[in-house]
Design a protein around this ligand. Structure first.
Ligand SMILES: O=P(O)(O)OC[C@H]1O[C@H](OP(=O)(O)OP(=O)(O)O)[C@H](O)[C@@H]1O
Ligand code: HPA
Length: 185
């Protein structure tokens, strides 16, 4: 599929910046402190959920100064679209997680189906405790379960399509240095 790079650039130019770099970095640091307080003695397995989790996971890891193992899983539900579908597992966790504490790190808890499915998978594999951390919790009433929250989250956002800091618009702008809302969405 050919991509209209003028359109991609226009999307960033016209977007609303909801959080700037400094606000996001402060939120990530606070997440790091909260996670350290709860998990520093648990020798956790930390999984980045690719692709969206790549920025938050890398930055968060530098605030976790205790023994842990870091790896990744790859699951996608949106496939460059603005609305989600069935979860497609591309890479499942490969480590033995029996009896381990697992921390799943992703960019966003939107409807929550992605994190729910990954948490269920880890529990089925015998993880003793599975916790979740997301940079952004999107506020709306379409969650997979009414009370669904991540154990750790950095920022709350209104119900708009967002990109930047790992979140994409049509596969682009995961590298945008802020969290931006798409014009009109
Ligand atoms: O809470 P949910 O409604 O399930 O949505 C959240 C998921 O959607 C995005 O992934 P996506 O499927 O777009 O794949 P990507 O990480 O490659 O962008 C995001 O990175 C989360 O993993
Ligand atoms: O608002 C969003 N933006 C980018 N990716 C997403 N995946 C779920 N929600 C979103």
């Amino acid at each position: 599929m050919s991509v209209d790079l003028d359109h991609i650039q226009q999307v960033l130019d016209e977007a609303d910046c909801l959080y700037n770099e400094q606000q996001i970095e402060e939120a990530i640091k606070s997440m790091g402190s909260a996670i350290t307080e709860q998990l520093s003695n648990s020798n956790p397995l930390v999984y980045c959920v690719m692709n969206g989790g790549m920025v938050i996971t890398g930055k968060l890891l530098t605030h976790l100064q205790f023994p842990l193992e870091a790896s990744y899983v790859h699951a996608t539900r949106y496939r460059d679209q603005l609305t989600g579908g069935r979860l497609d597992w591309r890479v499942r966790p490969s480590q033995d997680m029996k009896g381990r504490t697992v921390l799943i790190v992703d960019d966003i808890l939107d409807e929550g189906h992605t994190l729910d499915a990954i948490v269920d998978f880890c529990k089925e594999q015998g993880a003793e405790q599975v916790m979740t951390a997301v940079l952004v919790d999107k506020l709306h009433n379409r969650k997979a379960r009414p009370d669904l929250k991540a154990d750790f989250y950095g920022l709350e956002i209104e119900d708009r399509y967002i990109f930047g800091y790992g979140l994409d618009y049509q596969g682009y702008w995961r590298n945008a240095n802020g969290i931006f809302a798409l014009k009109g969405h």
